[in-house]
Design a protein around this ligand. Structure first.
Ligand SMILES: *Cc1c(COP(=O)(O)O)cnc(C)c1O
Length: 360
């Protein structure tokens, strides 16, 4: 039994609430719940089980992630967002009944040259402007026709990914949607464009399959919090918490921690909490980053170290053993991310292996 007080409590009911919200926004679409990267740090198997009775399917990055789900008894459709990385993965993908993305010429060739016992569901990825993975729009008809004639292929869909959907009403999103729609004009094929940000702001991106990720975890994809549409209440799914393991009284002029980044200006009561950057709390968090101690909001002071961080207890009712919330319902992970010059995605996905996930 671990005694270090650090843990991430995962609220599965919040994830179910957020999934239902995604479905309500696009009632005509099916949804692939994106649970790559261990469900953004929340535990992929537990999240998949929590959604198993209602999710239309799941999306993960790679075969290893899908294998973990199948090994745990998840039978829902699963899409590999990056497809396979070598031709010998195709047989296993077929045996596990996975759908694969095809984004490149080598992947296309592997499928065309394969002799699979069970044919695969293939999602052609179009590059409409992200310029990372995918075929050029002018190649779509040729790729689709070649897959259509291939005995290893059962069904096809087409997807694209939006580069700037988290900047609401940005013209680049309209530009990408227009390219997608023009490329597919008059063609009957399942379509998928929307990540969380597009789902929340761009009805034209709903298509046949939505792909919500970050919103399932109760986190806004937008940097500006006010962007969330009226009536959309996401429930945060992770509470990262630890406890105070020491308290110090420091005199004015005393520095705290490595490099003495923070120097006390007045008599200061300092709390030391058992969490550091090896656990996934960002080392770049600035002095002043909010932290809640025994339900009271206070601030980080001093540089975060590997296993510990220091916070201001001046004027706060607190004693050793009291609970410290790093993010959760009182402090949003987005606020911590903003104070650390990053995004909530990176913090959630970066939860350290030392942090036990408590699913409740
Ligand atoms: C990760 C991912 C998503 C989910 O994006 P969110 O911003 O987390 O909603 C959707 N589609 C693709 C291709 C992805 O890689």
């Amino acid at each position: 039994m671990p005694h270090r007080p650090l843990r991430a409590r995962i609220h599965l009911e919040a994830i179910r609430h957020n999934y239902r919200l995604a479905k309500q926004i696009a009632p005509a679409a099916r949804a692939l719940a994106v649970i790559k990267a261990n469900a953004y740090g929340h535990g992929a198997v537990a999240v998949a089980r929590a959604l198993a009775s209602e999710a239309d399917g799941f999306a993960v990055s790679c075969l290893e992630e899908a294998l973990e789900l199948r090994d745990s008894g998840i039978q829902a459709p699963i899409l590999l967002l990056e497809g396979v990385f070598a031709p010998d993965e195709l047989a296993l993908a077929a045996r596990l009944d996975l759908a694969i993305v095809i984004h490149s010429r080598p992947q296309l060739r592997w499928v065309l040259e394969s002799r699979l016992d069970q044919p695969l569901n293939c999602w052609i990825k179009l590059d409409t402007g992200m310029h990372r993975l995918g075929f050029a729009p002018e190649d779509f008809l040729e790729v689709a026709a070649r897959l259509k004639g291939c005995p290893s292929v059962r069904a096809q869909a087409v997807m694209t990914h939006l580069a700037r959907a988290d900047e609401p009403a940005h013209p680049y999103t309209a530009h990408q949607i227009a390219i997608f729609d023009q490329t597919l004009a008059g063609i009957r094929i399942d379509r998928s464009l929307a990540n969380s940000a597009a789902l929340l702001t761009e009805p034209r991106a709903q298509g046949d399959w939505i792909r919500p990720g970050i919103m399932l975890y109760g986190v806004s994809p937008f940097v500006e919090p006010q962007v969330l549409p009226d009536g959309i209440r996401l429930h945060p799914a992770m509470t990262l918490e630890s406890a105070l393991i020491a308290i110090k009284e420091l005199a004015p002029g005393e520095p705290i921690g490595y490099g003495g980044r923070f120097v006390c200006e007045r008599p200061t009561r300092v709390g030391i909490a058992a969490i550091g950057y090896a656990d996934g709390y960002p080392r770049h968090a600035a002095d002043g980053t909010p932290i809640a101690v025994a339900g009271q909001l206070t601030r980080l002071i001093g540089r975060v170290s590997m296993d510990l961080l220091t916070l201001d207890l001046t004027g706060i009712e607190a004693q050793i053993g009291d609970r410290v919330e790093l993010w959760g319902k009182q402090v949003s992970v987005g606020t911590v991310a903003a104070a650390s010059e990053t995004i909530a995605y990176e913090l959630l996905a970066g939860i350290g292996r030392r942090v036990p996930l408590i699913h409740e």
